[in-house]
Design a protein around this ligand. Sequence first.
Ligand code: SME
Length: 138
Amino acid sequence: AQENPSVNEKLLKICKILEANVSYYNWVGFYFKNGDKNELKLGPYVGEPTDHTIIPFGKGICGQVAVSNKNFVVPDVAAQDNYIACSITVKAEIVIPIFVNGENIGQIDIDSNTPDPFTEADERFLEFVCKEVAEILN
Ligand code: SME
């Protein structure tokens, strides 16, 4: 479903709304499991283009969420060993998994140029967004 053009337009719109309305959301994008491969593939996003269009499971913050099925809030990316840097301006990151029928099928990934900006309110809000996205994909 995430290869469907109208689905991608909706996901891009969500990225744009989030980036435009939350000052500390500076890169907003989706990664999805790439078929039956053990890797994530970049979906719609807003912000600086990234070289990391494919991320193996387990690698970086995103790859770790693909296997943990849990939210990952990183207040300081410099303190992470298993981290894939996309831009030197990024200080913090939050990744929330997307579940469809109980299966972790992808994630929303947000980078911030502000140090330690994410609170539990961001987690609850982005979990809600991910549930809406699951409805779009289902
Ligand atoms: N920083 C991520 C890679 C994706 S970029 O943030 C767009 C990671 O460590 O998985």
